[in-house]
Design a protein around this ligand. Structure first.
Ligand code: FAD
Length: 299
């Protein structure tokens, strides 16, 4: 491959980090440590997920507004259409706007019962495209949407899914962030197909550093991403070797990022799972260097 060596990377990559809202005080500490470790890499934004069925409404809000208020980072709130009326969602959006949050990751969300078809709330937004249009009509948010390099499991075909992505972007989103994937070619094929369909907005690869294959496979089964068999082979025999597992995990993800970089990618979105080390190490290999963080704007 003609991908540059790590030592030759220009340090011109940009990154963003995704967190989930903590459930306990202990988890909150872990999250905050991760935010503080990753903040010096000056991410474009950090985002906070919204639990299935809207279950983390308050916790997502608290986490996003705390990041926005207490750090110099730009916080993005994930928001889904599940189990909520338009009025309820519009209210959440208004609260974010009032708190100074300017970026929403707009999603449809998964059906409350896994495997069942998605049924919109009778007064709700029917799809992510619908939500994007609703948000745009309310406030001039910067909006990101989801994309699926291996197609969303409910999509009739990859072409249909790309049409849907185009609808979301045409409705007012400015970028798409992808589901995780483990082969750069998967991303490049998708990016080419999107471009051929007339999509010219940025498609940001979602990078999941994997250090636990079994856990990842459980999750991947639900979201249309395949775990290749070489991944099992690379982690074989490492169940009782957590340090080696971390090194292997960083190597796999960094290699993929290096090849994506060679293919022109300059923004990488990391699924951190609220742990900083792997994402930090991969960013470092990509040429990013920690810079001093400005003091919090307001306590
Ligand atoms: P949509 O874009 O609305 O699409 C859903 C499916 O319906 C697709 O197959 C699409 O092709 C099809 N479709 C939509 N409209 C039409 C139409 N008019 N005609 C035909 N087909 C149509 N989930 C959470 O609960 N919380 C989160 O915080 C969260 N964050 C995520 C972040 C990222 C980056 C990604 C990639 C996913 C995230 N998800 C999250 C998961 C997401 O909610 C699920 O994948 C969900 O099933 C689909 O959401 P969507 O926004 O992609 O839906």
């Amino acid at each position: 491959t003609d991908a540059p060596l790590y030592a030759d990377l220009a340090g011109d990559a940009e990154v963003s980090f995704e967190f989930f809202p903590p459930k306990t005080a202990k988890m909150e500490e872990v999250l905050w440590d991760a935010v503080q470790t990753l903040a010096p890499l000056a991410p474009r934004f950090v985002s906070v997920t919204y639990g299935a069925g809207g279950s983390t409404r308050e916790r997502t809000h608290a986490t996003v507004t705390r990041i926005q208020r207490e750090t110099p980072l730009s916080a993005a709130a994930h928001l889904t259409c599940v189990e909520a009326s338009r009025g309820e969602i519009d209210e959440i959006a208004d609260e974010y706007w009032a708190a100074g949050v300017r970026h929403i990751v707009a999603l449809r969300g998964d059906p409350p019962v896994a495997g069942e078809a998605f049924r919109p709330h009778p007064d709700g937004y029917a799809s992510a495209a619908d939500l994007v249009a609703g948000l745009r009509a309310r406030h001039p948010f910067d909006i990101s949407v989801a994309a699926y390099p291996e197609a969303h499991p409910e999509a009739a075909s990859l072409a249909h899914d790309i049409d849907n992505l185009k609808r979301k972007l045409d409705a007012g989103a400015s970028r798409a962030i992808t589901q995780f994937f483990f082969a750069p070619e998967t991303f490049f094929r998708f990016r080419d197909a999107a471009a051929a369909a007339g999509i010219d907005q940025e498609i940001v690869p979602g990078i999941l550093p994997v250090s636990n294959v079994a856990q990842t496979r459980k999750f991947a089964g639900m979201c249309g991403a395949e775990i290749p068999s070489w991944m099992d082979r690379l982690f074989e025999g490492l169940d009782d070797q957590p340090a080696a597992r971390q090194l292997v995990a960083a190597t796999i993800a960094a290699e993929m990022c290096r090849r994506l970089y060679a293919g022109g990618v300059r923004h990488f979105h990391f699924y951190t799972l609220n742990r900083a080390e792997l994402s930090f190490a991969i960013c470092h290999l990509l040429g990013l260097r920690a810079r001093p963080v400005a003091k919090a704007a307001a306590a």
